[in-house]
Design a protein around this ligand. Structure first.
Ligand code: PEP
Length: 251
């Protein structure tokens, strides 16, 4: 049995006051989530503040991006994997569709960042997913396997024992349109099958989260699918009651 895992992607949201309120709410209810791994991924400048506000020992912290260069250097504006480790982060979101679409991150760059994260002992949450146009033109499987294979080629299949995958259909992110549990399960099974073709033991272990407009009302149905092992939550992770309700649905 895989341990279900729910992570909150706060994106570029929050300030000290709102983070204090959010984390106070998480602290108050963290005991109620049950047997599920939980993490929150604040903006980099608030990682330390979030960590300091968090009392709940069952909520880990992660970053939303890292530089390819692991430790330090002349890379203005960047955050390194070593810096995240220094702040006691356990995870880092990589390859989010916003990074791919807005900042032009390529499969190759994302693969190198996954390698950097693993080398520094961070668990990457590797996001993959198709646009609506790609889905409707029958390219779903090609898109997903290209995104996955770029990383497998860089780090090797065995390293996926320490990688979390988040399937996030781009058309469902922040749109209120959720993939149906059947649509999501189908892609999760495809992803696990792609991994299994290379290493069945690793494929069985890998946590595959679903992301895309997960809310308290649809989380339980999504998480009940055999290959959906939790969620990567955007908008709903900014409200403590909603985020905890989603975690409980996985617990
Ligand atoms: C995300 O950005 O990773 C995400 C899943 O966002 P939302 O839950 O708001 O769709």
């Amino acid at each position: 049995m895989r341990q279900l895992f729910v992570a909150g992607n706060w994106k570029m949201h929050g300030d000290k006051a709102s983070i204090k309120t959010l984390v106070t709410g998480l602290n108050a209810q963290a005991d109620s989530v049950g047997n599920v791994s939980v993490a929150v991924c604040p903006p980099a400048v608030y990682l330390d503040y979030t960590k300091n506000c968090l009392v709940a020992s069952n909520i880990a912290v992660g970053g939303q991006n890292i530089a390819e260069e692991p430790v330090s250097g002349a890379f203005t504006g960047e955050t390194s994997a070593a810096m995240l480790k220094d702040l006691d982060c356990e995870y880092v979101i990589l390859g989010h569709s916003e990074r791919r679409a807005i900042y032009g991150e390529t499969d190759a760059e994302i693969a190198r960042k996954v390698k950097t994260a693993l080398g520094m002992g961070l668990t990457p949450i590797l996001c993959v997913g198709e646009t609506l146009e790609e889905r409707e033109s029958g390219q779903l499987e090609t898109v997903i396997s290209t995104q996955l294979n770029a990383v497998i080629d860089e780090v090797g299949i065995a390293a996926f024992a320490n990688v979390v995958i988040a399937y996030e259909p781009v058309w469902a992110i922040g749109t209120g349109k959720t993939a149906s549990s059947g649509q999501a399960q189908e892609v999760h099974a495809f992803i696990r099958g792609q991994l299994a073709a290379k290493d069945s033991a690793v494929a069985e272990k890998v946590i595959i989260q679903y992301g895309g407009s997960v809310k308290p009302g649809n989380a339980a149905e999504l998480f009940s699918q055999p290959d959906i092992d939790g969620g990567l939550i955007g908008g709903a992770s900014l409200n403590a009651d909603d985020f905890i309700a989603i975690c409980r649905a996985a617990g």
